[in-house]
Design a protein around this ligand. Structure first.
Ligand code: CA
Length: 223
């Protein structure tokens, strides 16, 4: 899953990006409203963390612009402690949730997890597909109850597919959601990672749909 962080405080931006990366996401960053708006408008993020007090274009205007152009990406806004009106303006502009500064990073991560799973239609933090279970709360993966170790890229791949359980995900879509903006993306490498992931899972849940992409499905007969 790929997240955009729009925050002009350089330290806070870095802390957010680091925490999100450590939690198994890939994160892009922007430091003003214009840059943030552009990235959110042109790149397919799974969720966006958006500060309200931003230079060049404020967060509420950024959000309004995204929503007016039809962007449905879940957005978590960061508001200043004594600015309750920012929350109201933020929600009215199309925010999905908020965190008040100063915050505990764990709370931001929990709210991002909730936004991601809700927007993918999941009510609980554990995603399952047959014998495979992914606990989004602690980024642990088990097969038939046994923990398996994945690299960060394999985890991102599995997490994206499990959030979109039962749907066919194209290679291009995977590339767009597994790598950050600076990465030299090559959709051929996705196939290699899918092969490795399949081997590690050791169960028949990750199907290749010829000419279309990949699909997590319990029945090992989809392709
Ligand atoms: Ca700010």
């Amino acid at each position: 899953m790929r997240i955009l962080v729009v925050e002009d405080d350089v330290d806070l931006n870095r802390q957010l990006v680091t925490a999100l990366t450590d939690a198994g996401y890939v994160a892009d960053k922007a430091f003003d409203g214009e840059e943030g708006h552009f990235l959110g408008d042109t790149e397919p993020y799974d969720a966006i963390v958006l500060d309200i007090g931003l230079p060049v274009m404020d967060g509420v205007s950024v959000l309004e612009k995204w929503r007016r152009s039809g962007k449905k990406t879940p957005v978590l806004i960061l508001t200043a402690r004594d600015r309750w009106s920012d929350k109201v303006a933020g929600f009215d502009a199309g925010a999905d949730d908020y965190v008040t500064k100063p915050f505990h990073m764990e709370e931001v991560l929990a709210r991002v997890r909730a936004l991601l799973r809700r927007s993918a239609g999941h009510a609980t933090s554990e995603l399952t597909c047959g014998p495979v279970a992914l606990d989004t709360a602690n980024a642990k993966v088990t097969v038939n109850g046994n923990a398996i170790k994945l690299t960060s890229l394999e985890f991102r791949l599995l997490s994206y597919l499990m959030h979109h359980n039962g749907k066919v995900v194209s290679r291009t879509e995977l590339v767009e959601h597994l790598y950050d903006q600076d990465f030299d993306r090559d959709s051929n490498t996705v196939e290699v990672f899918v092969g490795r992931l399949r081997k590690k899972l050791g169960v028949d849940v990750l199907q290749t749909i010829r000419g279309m992409g990949y699909c997590m499905s319990e029945q090992g007969n989809a392709g």
